[in-house]
Design a protein around this ligand. Sequence first.
Ligand code: GLC
Length: 559
Amino acid sequence: MAEAVDGAHEAVVWKVEPHSSVAEADDFDRSSRQLDRPRFKIERRLSFEERSLSDLSITGNLRQVDSYGSMHSFGAVPTPTSPDWSPFELPPMVDEAWDALRKSVVFFRGQPVGTVAAVDHASGEVLNYDQVFVRDFVPSALAFLMTGEHEIVKNFLLKTIHLQSLEKKIDQFKLGEGVMPASFKVNNNPTRKTETLMADFGESAIGRVAPVDSGFWWIILLRAYTKSTGDLSLSETPECQNGMRLILSLCLSEGFDTFPTLLCADGCSMIDRRMGVYGYPIEIQALFFMALRCALAMLKSDAKGKEFMERIMKRLHALGYHMRRYFWLDFQQLNDIYRYKTEEYSHTAVNKFNVIPDSIPDWIFDFMPCRGGYFVGNVSPARMDFRWFALGNCIAILSSLATPEQSDAIMDLIEERWEELVGEMPLKISYPALEGHEWRIVTGCDPKNTRWSYHNGGSWPVLLWLLTAACIKTGRPQIARRAIELAENRLSKDGWPEYYDGKLGRYVGKQARKFQTWSIAAYLVAKMLLEDPSHLGMISLEEDKVKAPPMKRPASWTA
Ligand code: GLC
C-alpha cells in the first residue's frame, strides 16, 4: 500500500496547512459517535428542477419532474415517516451494518470525507483497500443522504473535485485535465502535524487501469446530493461547474469514432482487471448515458454551460438510439443474428457490424428465455460480447437508457434466470464465467479471475442496491425482497464479504475482503429504498422522449 501511494505522492499531492489538531484516533471516535445512529429524519424535499431533453431550449427552460409521482404504486409500504413504521421492526443486522459503515468513515482535518473500501483487520495484505474509492463511496453516500447526513457527501464531492485539478502525470505522460481519481487516502504526518490527501489516478492501481467510471459516478452523485437536499448551491459553484465541464470534455471530444459509444481500455470500471471488457463495455456506456443526463440537469445556462448542453443533447440522442438498437438482445433478436448474412457492403447492411453467426457462443441459445432480454456486454466490428453484466443493465434501467419495455424485459430475464443471475447470493457481476482456453486468452491467465470467482462470474453483494432500485423503478419490489432475504441469510454471518464464488454464489470469495464497505452500504440502501421508495428519485431518471436535435441540411441535399 505505502508503495502504491508513494508512486502517487510524487505526482499528485495536495498539501494542506499544518494545523493544531491533526485527526487522532480519538477524533475519529468522537466524530463517529456524532454520526452514531441512523437518523430517519426524512423530509419530503422538493425535487430540484430537472431539464428535460425534449423540453429544453438552450435558454434554460426548466421543467419540474417528480420522479416519485410517476412511479408505480406499492400500496402501504411502511416508511420511516408513516404511522405504521416502527424502528423496532428493523432486523439487528441493520444496526450492525450502520455500526460497520460508521467505522469505515475517513476524516480529513476532522471532517468526514468518505469511507474506506474495507475494514478487514484480519486480512494481512491491505493493498489499496484502505483508500476511499470514488465508485465504492456511492452506496455509502446514498445511505447517508437517505438519513439526512449530507455533510460527508458534500465534503467528498468537494475534495475529489479539488484532486481533479491537480497536475496528473504517469511517467512522462500528462493525463487529461478532467480525469477523476480512482481513489484517495489521507496521509498523516504526526511530526509535521500535516494531513495530505493523496490520489491514485490509475498510476498505482494494479495494471495501471484507467478509472473511466469515476468521473461519471461523481456527476451522478452530485445530482443525488442536489436532489436529496434541494440545495443547488453546491452544484452551482464554479468548482463543480468547471469540474463537470472537464469530465464532459474528455468524453465528448471528437475523434475518429463511427459510433456514439465511448471507446475504453480494459478494466476501466468496477471490473478493474483484464476481463475482455475493452472497446465499448455496457457498464461504461450506461454510466456515460446517466452522467450526461445528470450533467444536463445541473449545468448552468451560461455561455460555457450552453455549449456543453448542446453537445450533450446531440450525444444523448445518438447514444440512446445506438444502445437501444444494437446492444439489445432478446429471443427475436438472437434469432435474427443467428440468420445474419455477412460481408454486406453499404449503409443498407442489415448486419451492421458484420457479426459472424458462428461466433455466437453455444450457451446463449439455452440461456435466452422466450420472455426477457438485456443489453449485451459489448458491440464493435465483428464482435458481440453476449455476456450479461449486472451493473450496466441496472444503470440502463435507472437512467432510462432502457425503454420501459426493455426495463421490464430485463426484470423478466432476472426472474426467468434467477438461478444463474442471482443464485444463493445476489448478484452475479457477469454471466457466464470464462473458462479454460478462453479464460487464458481473455484474462491473461488471471489467478484472481478464475471461473465463477471475483469479476469472472462472482457474486457481489454491492449490486443489491442497484437491483433493488431497478426493481422499484419497474414496479417489481417483490424481486428485491427475495434478493434481500437471500443476502440476509448470509451477509452478516459471513462478515460482509466483498464477493462470493461458485455457480450459485455459495462460497465466500477466495480472496474476498471481509467488512467490505460497499457490501454493507448496499444492504442498507436496499433496505431503505424498499422502506421508502421515494428515495429512488435520487438515483433514477424518468424516461424522456428525446426529440431529434434540429438537423442542418448537408449542402449535398440541395445540390
Ligand atoms: C477491487 C474491485 C473494484 C473496487 C476496489 C475497492 O479492485 O474490483 O471495483 O473499487 O476493489 O473495493
